[in-house]
Design a protein around this ligand. Structure first.
Ligand SMILES: [Zn+2]
Length: 327
């Protein structure tokens, strides 16, 4: 349900975009991001960033016409790149490198559990100037969750991601499985968190083939002409295919829009404390997480190869071994 005030606020935000659009790399409030962006000079074959949209998240606006018709800030030919379910120890760095080769920006919807498990990778996402939103603590289907679980899943992810980043995340949220019960939508609205669905699905989780994943996206874009594209930075078809995907978008004339929030995401002290407590109680890998100001390690060398067996085994265990139930 939209409120009139919300529509007005969005209208103001859209008008504000005009000024931002004049700068191809957008406006960053952080000096570090500005320095990073200044280093990246897109060549003739790079996508770059065509436009930055600053989203006023007051009242929890909804985007993505697969589910919602409230707002559509994109013009024909414009796409927003989004990556869900990470971070992943090797795929996320490979995707970050491909994005950087194009001097372009994306939005990552991360899981709280994986933010704590792979802190260096998440910090690298932030360091490179991408938008970091959240996607629940442990990829719960909120359509099958109680009110208390919905709140915990949303808030623990926010607290875990911010603790790991050492700074605010974007008040951007994507529902796992796009399962969006009315009660959870109301909760997001009460917290001024934008609910960002999708327009085009890569279906990268259905195939290991990069070319099939790319074909899915191009087919969807042919139909929709524009849109928010869903990828997963834990899926091999995306990790292996993202370079070619970006080249195909460039050659077909699509333009990249970077969605950024007008406001920072607030956290709730109770959930910050639960994450802090858990860090001390978990396995050494989780307990070793440092809040933020630690130097950021360079990511793994850029290639989209599958992780070595040891890394794969560790990652698989982490994926299954949710600690959410113990809270
Ligand atoms: Zn997901």
């Amino acid at each position: 349900m939209m409120r009139a005030g919300m529509v007005m606020r969005w209208a103001v935000a859209v008008i504000a975009m005009g000024g931002i659009a004049a700068s191809p790399l957008g406006i960053s409030p952080l000096a570090a991001q500005q320095a990073q962006q200044a280093r990246c000079q897109p060549g003739p074959n790079a996508l770059g960033v065509s436009r930055t949209i600053e989203v006023d998240t007051t009242g929890g606006p909804r985007f993505g016409r697969l589910q919602y018709r409230d707002h559509d800030p994109l013009q024909e030919g414009e796409v927003v790149l989004t990556f869900d379910d990470g971070p992943h120890p090797s795929f996320t760095p490979a995707i970050l490198d491909a994005l950087e080769e194009h001097c372009t920006k994306a939005t990552f919807f991360v899981l709280g559990q994986r933010a704590l498990s792979f802190p260096a990778q998440l910090r690298e996402v932030g360091r490179r100037g991408h938008t970091v939103g959240t996607h629940t603590w442990s990829h719960a289907n909120l359509g099958r969750s109680s009110a208390a679980q919905i709140e915990s899943q949303i808030e623990l992810a926010i607290s875990a991601a911010q603790l790991t980043l050492g700074g605010p995340t974007a008040p951007f949220f994507r529902f796992p499985y796009l399962s969006d019960p009315a009660s959870a939508q109301r909760y997001l609205q009460s917290r001024d968190i934008a609910n960002i669905s999708i327009d085009v699905d890569s279906h990268d989780f259905r195939t290991k083939s990069p070319s099939r994943m790319i074909a899915n996206v191009l087919r969807g874009l042919l139909e929709k002409k524009k849109g928010i594209i869903l990828f997963h930075d834990i899926q091999p078809s995306t990790a292996h295919g993202i370079r070619q995907m970006l080249a195909e978008l460039k050659s077909r004339g699509y333009r990249i829009v970077h969605m950024k929030p007008k406001q920072s995401q607030s956290t709730i002290a109770e959930y910050d404390q639960r994450i802090e407590r858990d860090r001390g109680a978990q396995s050494p890998r989780v307990a070793a997480v440092r809040p933020s100001s630690a130097p950021v390690a360079r990511p793994a060398p850029q290639h989209a190869a599958a992780p070595p067996p040891a890394a794969r085994a560790r990652d698989t265990r982490d994926w299954r071994d949710t600690i959410f139930g113990r809270w």
